[in-house]
Design a protein. Structure first.
Length: 759
């Protein structure tokens, strides 16, 4: 019998390692966002600081493991066999759930996921026991720690709202004081700001980071808890004086110090407190097994009341090993970078890209519109002179092109406020015994400070607000999905026993493998997209020509292939292939649309002698988009025709369409080579027969008219055939227009070059 439980423990150990990797990938954003976003210190340096914080926090976090043992369910109500099923269900669900969020690039709360997984699996086993024993449903409450579960739900709502509001307020005041001319203002206010910020972060380390640490005695914890006011005053005086000395004597940038200390503090607290979310359950299972082996009882009769004892401490070597795995994951995880990118995209100061990570929705539009109206109302009552003075505090300095390249997502003032406010809120929540999620607090503080810093302007606000609501919605989905999934998993393990466990573990392995393969494919596609169609720094006419030819070659190659696939799929009535083509065309159209959205930045980057090239670049993108739309229209009509089971195109019609397709293939193949190798002197040869294809299309249109008057009997068939011919004609005309535009541009370039040389 013991062998089965040893297998379970081995499975839990493997799941713990996997959970550590996916958990760190998700939570890394909590303590890295401010330092990376502000570029306060080098990436390597901040990773070293965070790694030290994680290792120290993990090594001394043994006292925080009680939430997994007895924080959610009442262990004395469950047998050893029951708690092992609960723990397995929790870990299986947690690994899969966190991996899904990491793959989507969404930060979620590992605290909430583990709590609701414990709750779901414990409720499941509680219901099973009630049914099997014939008890009433009123007894379900005796299996669950309902008070703790209620506190967590309340803390979710509290932390989301309070973090955003307080982050916005502190950042607004800080920006009014420092403006964006930070270095000029630091000599007046830097010491005070440093004293307050570092005091808040230090207090956070004492109250939150060291809470439950195994090396802190109960007497020390008691003294810290009952002398918080004294600690704050002493720290404030000490750090203010030290900040002034560092600035005046050693010429140290105090904001960098704040960011480094704050990053260390959050990493310390993350590892010290959130480690329970990753290995608390496996350690509780290991300790349960030790209690069971010492009891000499049956696994179905031995009740696990000993799990609730306070003197149960996690072994140090488990914690140290977990810390090392977390540090390794932090340095190597690609999914962690994906999650960090999400928060960066929502918090960045500038709008240097037209592409936003999230699409606007009705709620975001309503909120932005409401805030605009409120802003107009406030401005109506505020004196004009006061408005002007306040607006000047938010004016950003004009940067050179080189400075823009190195510009961080946000400055060090905002990064310091992020760390300071998050530290204060989490410290207060801990002292009030509210289980605040570090993910919720750090994310919402970052959103609040970016909002107050006017990072969400009229061009980006609707996207940023939509992104925030998507992330918040994901948090609540986490709780619901975690509860339901753990409930179902626990029930399957209960009725299926060892066979269900083996099946579940195989399923987890398959799903994680597929998830990683899908993430790698997505990353590769993103890299390919950026290499083929992406905004670059173009400042000269030669750069415009080269960049345009690259885009043209890429689009022509893909349009050529998709046109052939669409025509063949319509002929064969292959609905699946038509739907795939529509998706590919949509992706291609979005890529070109992103390039058009970046035209503003493209024109801003051109040097004075090349501004005239901007019209050429805009018109080039317009022709490319027209070509894609023409093929997309054919694909849409073809999909509707085949999906509605209308009559197939006749053999003669298909033969005529393939004739055009063959000629277009030859033309596009030549053009792809021409633009790829930039052999622009061959444009004249290709334009000599520019009317040939349009003439063929005209003849086919006339031919179909004759068919209708003689043999054609299907109006749907005729509608599809005419739409293909008309859109093919548009495709040909757009291609010819593009070639003529490029030829004229090359002639103008040669003239200007000749003029400059002779001048």
């Amino acid at each position: 019998m013991e062998q089965i439980f040893i297998v379970m423990l081995i499975a839990l150990a493997i799941l713990a390692v996997i959970d550590l990797t996916v958990g760190v990938s998700n939570d890394a954003v909590n303590f890295l966002n401010s330092a990376i976003g502000s570029k306060a210190v080098s990436f390597r340096s901040i990773m070293i600081v965070a790694s030290i914080g994680i290792l120290i926090g993990a090594s001394f976090s043994g006292g925080m493991m009680e939430i997994a043992r007895s924080g959610i369910f009442v262990p004395s109500m469950f047998t050893f066999n029951d708690v092992m099923i609960i723990f397995l269900a929790v870990m299986i669900t947690d690994v899969l759930l966190l991996d899904v969020f990491n793959s989507l690039g969404l930060p979620t709360s590992t605290t909430v996921s583990i709590v609701f997984e414990l709750l779901g699996s414990a409720v499941c086993l509680g219901i099973v026991k009630i049914v099997s024993q014939g008890d009433t449903w009123n007894t379900l409450g005796s299996y669950i720690n309902t008070e703790k579960a209620s506190e967590i739900v309340v803390s979710i709502l509290l932390s989301v709202a309070l973090s955003f509001v307080l982050g916005s307020f502190v950042q607004y005041i800080s920006r009014l004081i420092f403006t964006f001319q930070v270095d000029k203002k630091l000599k007046y206010f830097g010491a005070i700001f440093g004293g307050i910020a570092i005091t808040a972060i230090t207090f956070f380390i004492l109250v939150k980071g060291l809470k439950g640490a195994s090396f802190v005695s109960k007497e020390t914890s008691y003294w810290i808890g009952h002398h918080q006011g004294l600690i704050i005053v002493i720290n404030l005086i000490f750090w203010t004086i030290l900040s002034q000395i560092l600035m005046s004597v050693f010429k140290v940038h105090i904001l960098r110090v704040i960011i480094v200390i704050g990053t260390f503090a959050l990493a310390l607290a993350f590892a010290g407190n959130d480690l329970v979310n990753f290995i608390g359950v496996p350690i509780a299972a290991y300790q349960s097994f030790e209690f069971f082996m010492a009891s000499d009882q049956s696994p179905d009769t031995y009740m696990m009341g000993k799990l609730a004892e306070e003197n149960v401490v996690a072994p140090f070597y488990f914690l140290l090993t977990a810390g090392l795995i977390m540090v390794y994951t932090l340095w190597t995880s690609k999914k962690a970078k994906n999650v960090i990118e999400t928060e960066m995209s929502l918090a960045r100061q500038d709008s240097s890209s037209s592409e936003e990570k999230f699409s606007p929705n009705l709620l975001s539009r309503v909120i932005v519109r409401g805030m605009v109206l409120i802003g107009m109302g406030v401005n109506y009552f505020l004196p004009q002179s006061l408005q002007i003075r306040m607006d000047k505090r938010f004016e950003k300095p004009i940067l050179t092109k080189e400075e823009k390249k190195e510009e961080p997502a946000f400055d060090m003032v905002r990064a310091s406020v992020n760390l300071m406010v998050a530290s204060i809120l989490i410290s207060i929540g801990t002292s009030m015994k509210l289980p605040l999620s570090t993910t919720y607090v750090t994310f919402m503080v970052a959103m609040g400070t970016s909002f107050a810093d006017r990072a969400w302007d009229r061009d980006s606000a609707v996207y940023r607000v939509a992104g925030v609501f998507n992330v918040i919605g994901g948090w609540f989905v986490t709780a619901i999905v975690a509860f339901i999934a753990a409930f179902i998993t626990a029930y399957i393990l209960k009725i299926g026993e060892i066979y269900a466990l083996i099946t579940m573990l195989i399923l987890v392995g398959i799903l994680l493998y597929r998830s990683n393969k899908a993430h790698q494919k997505k990353t590769k596609e993103k890299a390919d997209k950026e290499s083929k169609l992406n905004k670059v720094d173009i400042v000269t006419i030669q750069g415009v020509a080269s960049e345009s030819s690259s885009h043209i070659a890429n689009v022509l190659e893909r349009v050529n292939a998709l046109y052939t696939i669409v025509i063949d799929s319509i002929a064969l009535q292959d609905l699946n292939e038509l739907k795939k083509s529509k998706k590919k065309l949509k992706v291609l159209e979005k890529e070109v649309d992103e390039l058009r959205g970046n035209v503003y930045f493209f024109i801003k980057n051109l040097d004075e002698t090349s501004v005239g090239a901007s019209k050429f670049y805009v018109m080039t993108l317009g022709f490319l988009q027209d070509m894609i739309k023409a093929v997309n229209f054919i694909a849409n009509n073809g999909t509707n025709h085949v999906n509605n089971n209308h009559k197939k195109l006749k053999f003669n019609q298909i033969r005529d369409l393939k004739q055009i397709d063959k000629k277009l293939q030859d033309l596009f193949d030549q053009l792809t080579v021409l633009f790829s190798e930039e052999k622009f002197d061959q444009l004249d040869l290709l334009l000599e027969d520019k009317t040939e294809l349009t003439t063929i299309v005209d003849k086919l249109i006339q031919k179909q008219i004759i068919r209708i008057r003689t043999t054609e009997t299907s109006p749907k068939n005729s509608k599809l055939y005419f739409s293909i011919l008309f859109e093919t004609d548009e495709l040909i005309k757009s291609t010819i227009g593009l070639l003529e535009l490029f030829e004229d541009f090359q002639v103008n370039v040669k003239r200007k070059t000749f003029y400059r040389i002779n001048k």
